[in-house]
Design a protein around this ligand. Sequence first.
Ligand SMILES: C[S@@+](CC[C@H](N)C(=O)[O-])C[C@H]1O[C@@H](n2cnc3c(N)ncnc32)[C@H](O)[C@@H]1O
Length: 230
Amino acid sequence: MSQAKTAEEISKHVESIGPWFHQIDLGDGLFTRSIAPSPGPQPLNHPVPRWKKIESVLPADLSGLRILDLGSSDGFFSLEMARRGAKEIVAVDGAGKAIKRLEWVTRHLGLSTIRPVLADVYSLPQDLGEFDFVLMFALLYHVKEPLLCLETVSRLSDTLFLETIAVRDEENSHLKLQLPRTGVNVIPKWFPTTRCLKDMLHWVGYDEIREISDGQDERPIYKAVRKELA
Ligand SMILES: C[S@@+](CC[C@H](N)C(=O)[O-])C[C@H]1O[C@@H](n2cnc3c(N)ncnc32)[C@H](O)[C@@H]1O
């Protein structure tokens, strides 16, 4: 922790590098979004309500593991992985300002196990290495080429935890594009059916695909595993 700085100095700095997509606990009663929240429909404590659904389905002890948090944004999930003892978390995001915020958070909290990396999912650095698992939360619906994105991810680890928005339909394999409503949201979004999601995961090489969320949520969480080739 940067003890030398006052709460006022920290708040000013947090505001200057914001606005923040993630509510991150900075200690001493300071929280990023309480100081400078990004505009949008997310609650002030975003993504804490989502984390409450996710935390129990992820491994509790990550000692010794290397993890890739793809589309990390400000790093809320990377920080949770660090709390669970991961050896290294590589946090990749294509938004330079988000990576700068995470760099500051890791310095402020004195965390050496998180490595923020500015990169696009389609042109990841060659030297990232292999990972025990990849977290890909709320990213698939944003990327221009979802299948290519999943194929890229599948080369980096045999295990993927994927959370995305999906339409619950186990029969029909469709991928629907929702165009932005002018002036509201500039990013188009992909909504696959759950059948389509499983088909895509299967096609890129995962052979065990299991939903680990409750089977009702509009944001299902899948654990996809590629087993050792015999
Ligand atoms: C909706 S946010 C999700 C952040 C976090 N994973 C979560 O679940 O709260 C999507 C993030 O993905 C990043 N992103 C979108 N397209 C990307 C791409 N092609 N390569 C890398 N990052 C991307 C955005 O900058 C943004 O930070």
